[in-house]
Each structure stands twice: as structure tokens, then as C-alpha cells.
Design a protein around this ligand. Structure first.
Ligand code: IPM
Ligand code: MN
Length: 359
């Protein structure tokens, strides 16, 4: 019997709905071609609903999400909503409540996509950052006292426990093993832990020991490397070809993956997954809601299409995911640029072309 997937769609704000529509087109084309069933249920969470009702994401929505195979998110954010409300209320709440403990961010430069790095080509930029997605400073431990006075104190604590670190590391090691088996060019490179253990002598040490322990015991065949996060920033720019699978804690991962997005060609092409390997995952393009481009058919849907590809790959539809990637590469060759408004074609045209090639 054909497999069947139920997808929760959160188009969200700004250009979110436009790019989700193109991602949906490509998903539908893939389902027809590769013989699985897809259905979509749309949710209206985002700025508009918040401004109308004061509600970000009710607890009942989390229970709803649990019934789906996956979540596909466009973008959230609106100039009229104070920063932090929607991010915490929708994105972080979903990550935490569904225990999406892996943030998967491929940093892959495709042919014909422009990188700001001089002399770097697709062969140099092809790695994956595994960002721990539920712990660290994002847990909200800490507080503020004497607020508003000259003696105000604020703390926000980096919190990690061994189990949270281990499950993230295990995902990274397993991914590295898979990539090494897939292509010898990956096998030449190490798995890299990124932290700041010269200063974060508690959290950094926990991560480092856990990495070394697990590596030595369970994955002795994989070469391990370690970078301080500040140095990793330099190497992402100077020698991105050194990296294959890089694993790091939450905030460092947040920061370095934006750098990663830029070297792979910008927000128009950067996709990410919030993954619970045993549960419901959520996929999204990394670009924000881009209010100034809304409704103009100029936003690049490639990152959303890439997110759709990652979703199918995670669901186990690897052949369909592969076909989408091949189609993306081919359409990127025809585009003038991956920047919004400079693609030489419209948002819908990009989606149509990719969907047609997948069919
Ligand atoms: C990301 C975003 C989020 C984060 C924000 C919007 C809360 O920057 O997914 O990288 O910090 O994780
Ligand atoms: Mn970020």
C-alpha cells in the first residue's frame, strides 16, 4: 500500500505563504511521481492571528501537531509585533514541546549559485551543521533583579546535561557515518565539535568529554576534530572545505549557521530542519518573513523547496528527495541570481519549473 503522510502547514507571515505554496507544489509533484500520498492541513499561526486574538500558539496546537508526520513552516515575524513574542511563542515553543532536539542545517553551495567567498566553489562548500536545539541558553534559566535601577542584574544560563549532549552527538556521529559511506570525499574529512572549552570550562568540558568518549567507544573509525567557535567562524570563511559534519551547542549553532547561510549563497537558498528523530519534525526556509517583498512574486522559494526536500528525506522518501535536489540544481542554472527580486523569474515560475522537472 502507498505510504501516506499528513503534513501540517504553517505558512505564517510576510512571504511565508508564497514560498510554502511553491514548496507544496513540488511536494505534490514528488508524491505523484514516487507513489506516496500527501495531505496538508493548514494552520494560521503567526503575526496576524496574534494581532487579532493575542494568541501565539495554544497548547492544543501542540497536541494537534503530534498527529502529523511533519510540519512545514514558512516564516513568522511582523514589523508590528515586538521581537521575541512570535519567536518564543511559536518557533521555540514547538521546538521544545515536540522535543525537536536537532537543528539540521546543510551548508551546501550549488553550481551557479554565487558565494561571497572568493575562489570557493561547490566542491569547497558542502557540509552540515548539527545544532543542538533544545538546551543551552535557550532554556531560559536565569532571571533579572533590581530591574530598572542602576544595580540591575541579569543572568541567562547555559544549561546542559549529559543526556541532552549525548543524544545530539549520537545523531551527528550517525550522520557522519552515513555520509562517509555515501562518498569517499566526505570520508576524508573529520567530524568536528565546535564549542568554546577554553573559556566555558564546564559546559565546554561536558561536550568535549562526551564527544571524545562516544567517538572513542562507538565510532573509533571516525576521525574527530575540535574547533573553538570563534576559530570555526574564521575557518568557515577561509577553509570551508575542512568541514563535513560539525556539531555544536544551541547558541553557537544559531550564530554559525547564519554565517553558513551566507557562504552557501544567502537566505534565498538556506533550509533547515528542527528534528525529533523519534517524533514530529519541522522544516523551514531560513529567510525571515521579508515584509518588503510580500505579495510581489519576487521572493526566492528555493529555500522552502529545499526544506520540502529535507522533509521527504527525513520521512524516508529518499528517492523523491534526490529528484527534488536534482531539479533544484537544474533550475538554479537558469536563474540569474538567488537574491529576491533578481532571479530573472518570479516566485511561482521557480516553483513551476522545479515541480515540472520532478514530475
Ligand atoms: C533560527 C532563529 C531562531 C533561533 C529565532 C527566530 C528564535 O534565529 O532558527 O536560527 O534563534 O533559533
Ligand atoms: Mn538564527
Amino acid at each position: 500500500m502507498a505510504k501516506s503522510y499528513h503534513i501540517a502547514l504553517i505558512p505564517g507571515d510576510g512571504t511565508g505563504p508564497e514560498v510554502v505554496r511553491e514548496g507544496g507544489k513540488v511536494l505534490n509533484a514528488a508524491s505523484l511521481k514516487f507513489g506516496f500520498k500527501l495531505d496538508f492541513t493548514e494552520f494560521d499561526f503567526g503575526a496576524e492571528r496574534y494581532l487579532r486574538t493575542g494568541e501565539t500558539l495554544p497548547d492544543s496546537a501542540i497536541d494537534d501537531f503530534r498527529k502529523f508526520s511533519s510540519i512545514f513552516l514558512g516564516a513568522i515575524g511582523h514589523p508590528d509585533v515586538k521581537p521575541g513574542i512570535l519567536e518564543t511563542g511559536i518557533l521555540l515553543k514547538t521546538r521544545f514541546a515536540l522535543d525537536q532536539y536537532i537543528n539540521l542545517r546543510p551548508v551546501k553551495l550549488y553550481p551557479n549559485v554565487e558565494t561571497p567567498l572568493k575562489d570557493k566553489d561547490p566542491e569547497h562548500i558542502d557540509f552540515i551543521v548539527i545544532r543542538e536545539n533544545t538546551g543551552g541558553i535557550y532554556t531560559g534559566h536565569g532571571g533579572a533583579t533590581r530591574v530598572g535601577t542602576a544595580d540591575e542584574i541579569a543572568t541567562q544560563v547555559m544549561v546542559y546535561d549529559r543526556r541532552t549532549v549525548d543524544r545530539c552527538l549520537e545523531y551527528a556521529f550517525e550522520l557522519k557515518k552515513k555520509r562517509n559511506a555515501k562518498d569517499p570525499k566526505y570520508a576524508e574529512k573529520p567530524i568536528t565539535l565546535i564549542h568554546k572549552r577554553n573559556v566555558l570550562t564546564h559546559c565546554g568540558d561536558l561536550w568535549y568529554r562526551a564527544f571524545e568518549d562516544m567517538g572513542a567507544r562507538q565510532y573509533p573509525e571516525l576521525r574527530r576534530d575540535y574547533n573553538h567557535v570563534d576559530a570555526a567562524n574564521m575557518w568557515f570563511v577561509k577553509n570551508p572545505e575542512w568541514f563535513d559534519v560539525a556539531v555544536t551547542e544551541n547558541l553557537f549553532g544559531d550564530i554559525i549557521t547564519d554565517l553558513g547561510a551566507m557562504i552557501q549563497g544567502g537566505l534565498g537558498v538556506a533550509s533547515g530542519g528542527n528534528i525529533n528523530p523519534e517524533g514530529v519534525s519541522m522544516f523551514e526556509p531560513m529567510g525571515g518573513s521579508a515584509p518588503k517583498y510580500t505579495g510581489k512574486n519576487v521572493i526566492n522559494p528555493m529555500a522552502a523547496i529545499g526544506a520540502a526536500m529535507m522533509m521527504l528525506d527525513t520521512l524516508g522518501e529518499t528517492r523523491a528527495a534526490q529528484a527534488i535536489e536534482t531539479a533544484m540544481v537544474s533550475v538554479m542554472q537558469k536563474m540569474k541570481s538567488q537574491a529576491a527580486g533578481q532571479m530573472g523569474m518570479g516566485t511561482t515560475e521557480v516553483g513551476d519549473l522545479v515541480a515540472k522537472l520532478v514530475s
